[in-house]
Design a protein around this ligand. Structure first.
Ligand code: PMP
Length: 330
């Protein structure tokens, strides 16, 4: 019989799929690592399991304890899945730009959700960083994984995502592209691929226009899960060879194309990463293998990126000059 003992055993070992129409005309092989195959639907399952394992071993998380974390949803789902298996309670704090369906998902797994304003600075008492700190101090037996500073975040990608990509490409990967949120994915995966290839693999970060990683001030952008207004400790600024800046419009345009042309219903940060990967691929030759990581699925964004009214209200559905149908163009 072939089965897992629990869903936590199903985390990782996600597949690679070649991008076809979206990468048409480009010389290198462009492969997407599809993280929605994780049981919680995103790459964050990897970090959740490893951060909880480490906290238990260090005695930071005891039986009956509560996990408190600021999360845009995906880390919360990963933590909620592992926590419910082991009898912990979860309280998640997220900014109000996070879609309602993502918050409902966290509640469905049994977690409590506290919503905070997006449009306040990180040091403001109402920011989701400040509120989660306060709750972690006030709730007895609380432990805050702090994905932004926890070394187990990049360590999980060093131990799993990096080796998987190396094995799946039989060591032929030449470029790795990923969006930067906490920086855990690019730091851990990038470090592993650099080490195992003797520095040959080029690491490319994708960043929303406005975020600090590409020289911005942290001004608002709409793509979720990536970009920051401050520099987290989980991110090693020395790991990226290049950072590509991508606008919301380009990220959302590609996100919709991935669903329509590749059959990949994925989130906005996936479109952002693919936009960066295509820019990189244009500079590559036929022997290059570009791997781009797609962090999550698109079901949580149906009311936004995949909704024409929402897209139009943000100015992302504009009629092309050649008179083609604007809905077909995006
Ligand atoms: N995309 C989404 C949807 C995310 O939730 C995250 C994590 N914040 C990322 C991308 C970026 O991953 P990382 O935090 O490892 O940089």
């Amino acid at each position: 019989m072939e089965y897992a003992n629990d869903v936590c055993e199903l985390i990782g070992n996600t597949p690679l799929v070649r991008l076809g129409p979206v990468a048409a005309g480009l010389s290198p092989l462009v492969l997407a690592k599809v993280e929605f195959f994780n049981p919680g639907g995103s790459s964050k399952d990897r970090i959740a399991r490893r951060m909880i394992d480490a906290a238990e071993q260090a005695g930071l998380l005891m039986p009956g304890g509560t996990i408190v974390e600021p999360t845009s949803g995906n880390t919360g789902v990963g933590l909620a899945i592992v926590a419910q298996q082991r009898g912990y309670r979860c309280v998640f704090v997220c900014p109000d730009k996070v879609s309602e369906s993502k918050r409902d998902t966290l509640r469905a797994y049994g977690a409590d959700v506290v919503v905070c304003p997006t449009a306040v600075p990180a040091d403001h008492p109402d920011s989701y960083y400040s509120v989660s700190d306060r709750l972690a101090r006030q709730i007895p037996g609380a432990w805050k994984p702090d994905q932004y500073a926890n070394p187990e975040n990049p360590a999980s990608h060093y131990a799993t995502t990096g080796p998987e990509i190396w094995r799946q490409t039989q060591g032929r990967v030449t470029h790795f592209v990923a969006g930067i949120g906490t920086g855990g994915t690019i730091t851990g995966t990038g470090r592993y691929l650099k080490e195992v290839s003797g520095g040959r693999v080029r690491i490319v970060g994708a960043d929303p226009d406005g975020s600090v990683y590409s020289g911005g001030t942290g001004r608002p952008y709409l793509v979720e899960g990536v970009g920051e207004d401050l520099w987290p400790a989980a991110y090693d600024p020395g790991i990226c060879d290049e950072i590509v800046k991508v606008s919301d419009a380009e990220a959302f345009h590609l996100t919709r194309r991935l669903a329509r042309e590749e059959g990949l219903l994925v989130g906005g940060s996936c479109g952002l990463a693919v936009a960066a990967a295509l820019r990189v691929a244009r500079t590559c030759g036929p022997d290059d293998v570009v791997v781009v990581l797609l962090p999550d699925g698109g079901r949580g964004y149906l009311g936004k990126i995949f909704n024409d009214t929402w897209m139009a209200s943000h100015g992302f559905l504009t009629a092309p000059a050649d008179g083609t149908d604007p809905l077909r163009a995006v």
